[in-house]
Design a protein around this ligand. Sequence first.
Ligand code: ZN
Ligand code: ZN
Length: 152
Amino acid sequence: MNNKCIHLKYRTKKGQRYLYCSLKKSAVTYDFCRECTDKEYKQYKPIRKRTYKQAKREKRRFSIIYPYLDKCCVCGAKTGIILHECIYGRNRQNSIKYGLVIPLCVNCHTGTNGVHNNYELDSYYHKLAQCKWEQVYGDRYEFIKVFGKSWL
Ligand SMILES: [Zn+2]
Ligand SMILES: [Zn+2]
């Protein structure tokens, strides 16, 4: 029963089940509850906690590479911006965590010469991200400990 008022309880007295309203502090009937204007419903979380946490992290993405995320960092375009994690794949969550994200337009992201199709550009941003990480968080040894390898 999903639309049950949160104040409505089932109680048993001398083997008899009855309805009790914890707001009115008295026994009530279904009809009374249905007409009651103080009815309140339990709030259900729409998404599971873990995905919610992840969604929140994705929404709060920040960059230690480029402070402004509303403009393509390659060509300066201001529309169709996609946030690209410089170190993606199995390190995507690490990249998000440490702010190794850059703003790219669709073209510079997945276009013919976009970072996902251009090895040199891709490698340039891996290196740039690592450089910035080492400036902000720690040395190379620590970078490798987190990301599993070095691009420099
Ligand atoms: Zn661009
Ligand atoms: Zn990407």
